[in-house]
Design a protein around this ligand. Structure first.
Ligand code: ADP
Length: 497
């Protein structure tokens, strides 16, 4: 099938991308366009859903025109997206009633606090696998219904639709004919019961959200609809997954022996749990992984707020480097950090610590501490934080992984990857194709349409770029981890606001 392609739409937090994949799972070409970030108040983040659609449409058409491709050569379309970001629109006109509220938005923090005080936390955690946090869609929907004129009465009459970005794009790609999502996106709303795979009536009642707003939920690999966009008419839209679950699938981590970590602005570590949910006892999230049939699949997820972003800080605020890649040469120009530890808790600490009051802390500096030492400590901090996630994940599973598969911008840093392998005492493996998020969406769409026959074929497509084997003894790793934990304690509970 050399002339047939799968088109992946990767709707990210800062840009919309369209990526063409061939049968070998290689990237043929990418088109990308950024869109505007809106910050209407402190802690609020919004996107214009119409702009998201326009940029997504534009990059798609650009890619098709550049390669003179039509509907005949595109076997299927897969969608992957920034998760949790919430939009409500008018079913009759397809017009959003407000900007989309982005996952980073904290405006419902007080609502979550109140829900906790009212004793609802356990019920949300047991049924959705999530924590009560403004991050997730549920309280964002509630905010829109409570704060926009007539929104609630219109929702109750069935005039409005809710969607995360996959659902919104699917609606636009089908000219309003299809209102659906997949299990991975549904599992990030605080409204979806991860045990029975249905919207949870009791939780909807607590949040006072009418069920008529909600999309149908299907497996991630599923014939959702036929596209109506000009140039792609009748092409099946056959794969949908939230970005982190799509990356897990793209890395072909299909069983609990392998986990994946994405080293982007933050870090996201996911480990598949199979078809029985593990509700975390170690402050992690239980989430639904990609599915190819009606059987639900689970994963445990932990995230680090400041990952690669600490390298941007070295570049933009401290001026130590001109670009992120330079951090590697600078860090390896010294033999160690000279005893320095950097805890980049710039916006608090995520899993498994969950301390919003923690702040960035630099410990152990001396008169001899240089930019190189601090840069090395910064890279090490990304690995230490990921190690904390893995340790919590392993505690939930009661065993460890046999390898960690990596992707994201900072996974290109060989020093960081080697240090990570040393700390975790497992091989860290970087694949040749690091566009794993888009690849995951492509795989889901390709499986549903028979382009790829089964998951084994996908696993065979996965090709190693480099393996980083642990090169220090476990005792030496544990010593460094213990010292890191001391530094962590100093960073915790610092902010007073
Ligand atoms: P996102 O999808 O979150 O925007 P990317 O996967 O594009 O992130 O990765 C970008 C992040 O990775 C930035 O924070 C950048 O500082 C970091 N980064 C990129 N390349 C390197 C590198 N070679 N070494 C260390 N950090 C890097």
């Amino acid at each position: 099938m050399p002339h047939d392609y799968i088109l992946a739409l990767d709707q990210g937090t800062t840009s919309s991308r369209a990526i063409l994949f061939n049968y070998e799972g290689h990237v043929v070409d990418v088109a990308q366009k950024e869109f505007k970030q809106h910050f209407p108040e402190n802690g609020w983040v919004e996107h214009d859903a119409n702009e998201i659609w326009r940029t997504q449409e534009e990059v798609t058409l650009t890619l098709l025109q550049k390669h003179s491709l039509g509907a005949d050569q595109i076997v299927a379309i897969g969608i992957t997206n920034q998760r949790e970001t919430t939009v409500l629109w008018d079913r009759a006109t397809g017009e959003p009633i407000h900007n989309a509220i982005v996952w980073q938005d904290r405006r419902t923090a007080n609502v979550c606090d109140q829900l906790k005080k009212d004793g609802h936390e356990t019920s949300f955690q047991q049924n959705t696998g999530l924590r009560l946090d403004p991050y997730f869609s549920g309280t964002k929907i509630q905010w829109l219904l409570n704060n926009l004129p007539n929104a609630r009465s219109r929702a109750e009459k069935g005039e409005l639709a809710f969607g995360t970005m996959d659902t919104w794009l699917l609606w636009k790609l089908t000219n309003g004919r299809t209102h659906a999502t997949d299990v991975t996106n549904a599992s990030r709303t605080l409204l979806f019961n991860i045990h029975n795979g249905e919207w949870d009536d009791a939780l909807l009642e607590i949040l006072n959200i009418p069920k008529s707003l909600l999309p149908e939920v299907h497996p991630s690999s599923h014939h959702f609809a036929e596209c109506t966009l000009q140039g792609l008419e009748k092409v099946p839209i056959a794969g949908i997954a939230g970005d982190q679950q799509a990356a897990l699938f793209g890395q072909t981590c299909f069983d609990p022996s392998k986990a994946k970590n994405t080293y982007g602005t933050g870090c996201f570590l996911l480990r598949p749990a199979g078809d029985h949910p593990i509700i975390s006892q170690h402050n992690l999230l239980t989430t639904l992984a990609c599915t190819t049939n009606e059987t639900l699949q689970y994963a445990i997820e932990g995230s680090v707020f400041t990952g690669g972003a600490v390298i941007q800080w070295l570049r933009d605020e401290l001026g130590f480097i001109k670009n992120a890649a330079e951090s590697e040469a600078l860090a390896t120009s010294v033999e160690n950090t000279g005893g320095a530890y950097l805890v980049p808790a710039f916006t608090g600490l995520g899993a498994p610590h969950w301390d919003p009051y923690a702040r960035g802390t630099l410990c152990g500096i001396t008169r001899g501490t240089s930019a190189a030492h601090i840069t090395r400590a910064a890279l090490e901090s990304i690995a230490f934080q990921s190690m904390d996630l893995l340790e919590a994940i392993n505690a939930d599973f009661k065993n460890t992984i046999s390898e960690l598969r990596v992707d994201g911008g900072a996974a290109n840093n060989n020093f960081l990857m080697q240090f990570q392998a040393n700390l975790m005492q497992v091989p860290v493996v970087r694949p040749k194709v690091t566009e794993t998020t888009a690849l995951g969406a492509a795989y889901l769409a390709g499986l549903a349409t028979g382009f790829w026959s089964d998951q084994e074929t996908l696993a065979n497509n996965w090709v190693v770029d480099q393996v980083f084997e642990p090169s220090i003894h476990k005792d030496a790793a544990d010593e460094q981890i213990a010292r890191w934990r001391q530094a962590l304690e100093k960073a915790k509970s610092w902010a007073t606001d």
